[in-house]
Ligand binder design. Structure first.
Ligand code: NAD
Length: 300
């Protein structure tokens, strides 16, 4: 097991904020960095947490750094870009853990680039949302060398409940993309069907009651429909991030020349929601597209 009594953390957004708190509560000294100063300011006076003024400082302060960033370019910039962790020097026995949900292909490239610098690297994209991050109850999809995953298992055990080794570099990200694609398709199928039933005149509460016990049940119906019925579209997991994940699926398929019919349609629907200005809303706001077409609202 690796000594993680001192650890770096980059990306203090919806998820990273809670993860840092959990590492600090577990007694780790956490050095944090985010491009947004206000994200770092939230840790003022929090025991065991200290902000640094550039990611490159983490090359001196710690031997292990965790990333929780929006997408592939952010991860590449944070590691290799100007002021990035490894932009000035590459310390010996360094370890990078990327918990962001990014491209499986880019992840493989990063793993190769870091291996050439003798830096250990694993990915561990997560699911379980902001509440999972807050409660240390995330599901973590690990990819990379198995012995590296075992070496930093303590980090995963602090942040998550279900930790699954998925295979070599990129495999964890691929599993995450598959999960995100299924949940996006789920959301669209539920939105389309519920607007159909509601426009016909059926109470959506009754439809939900029936279908959670029927073959149409799914995560979207169990977890998101109650929020739609309340008219609560505050994120949660924003349409912008879910669109990013569906685009990752489209790119993966393009690289393999694999036709994916529903995926491409769902991607266009999510992009439409962004164009309409719903990008910062919760992913369940995708139903608004159908509500506008149908001239009805699915509410309790
Ligand atoms: P977020 O946008 O809330 O936070 C990202 C943070 O990264 C921001 O504070 C931003 O300022 C910072 N950042 C961006 N580029 C940076 C850089 N180069 N250097 C330093 N900081 C930088 O995102 P989030 O909701 O915390 O999600 C993070 C990742 O986790 C995403 O890949 C997302 O898809 C995934 N994820 C999110 C959820 C969720 O419910 N929000 C659930 C599972 C997985």
């Amino acid at each position: 097991m690796r000594d993680i009594s001192s650890i770096g953390f980059i990306g203090l957004g919806h998820m990273g904020y809670h993860m840092v708190n959990n590492l600090a509560k577990a007694g780790k000294q956490v050095y944090v960095y985010d491009v947004m100063p206000e994200a770092m300011a939230r840790f003022q006076g929090v025991p065991n947490v200290e902000a640094v003024s550039a990611a490159s400082e983490l090359a001196d302060k710690v031997k292990t750094v965790v990333l929780m960033l929006p997408n592939s370019p952010h991860v590449e910039t944070a590691l290799f870009g100007e002021g990035g962790v490894l932009s000035e020097k590459v310390p010996e026995d360094y370890f990078v853990i990327d918990l962001s949900s990014i491209s499986p292909d880019v992840t493989r490239d990063i793993a190769k680039k870091l291996a050439e610098k003798n830096v250990k690297f694993v990915e561990g994209p997560v699911s379980g949302g902001v509440s999972g991050a807050e409660n240390g109850a995330l599901t973590i999809m690990c990819g990379g060398k198995k012995e590296y995953v075992d070496e930093i298992m303590e980090v995963f055990e602090i942040l998550g409940k279900k930790i699954v080794y998925c295979g070599e570099s990129g495999s964890g990200q691929a599993v995450k993309v598959v999960n995100q694609l299924m949940s996006a398709i789920n959301l669209i199928s539920m939105s389309e069907a519920f607007v159909l039933g509601t426009k016909f005149g059926v109470d959506p509460n009754i439809m939900r009651d029936v279908i959670v016990a029927g073959s149409g049940r799914c995560w979207a119906l169990e977890d998101r429909m109650p929020e739609i019925l309340k008219g609560n579209f505050q994120p949660g997991f924003a349409i912008d991030l879910h669109t990013k994940d569906v685009k990752l699926a489209v790119d993966m398929a393009k690289n393999m020349n694999l036709p994916l019919y529903a995926t491409n349609l769902v991607c266009e629907l999510f992009k439409t929601a962004q164009v309409k200005g719903y990008g910062k809303l919760d992913n369940c706001a995708i139903i608004k597209l159908y509500e506008e077409l149908g001239g009805v609202e699915v509410r309790g």
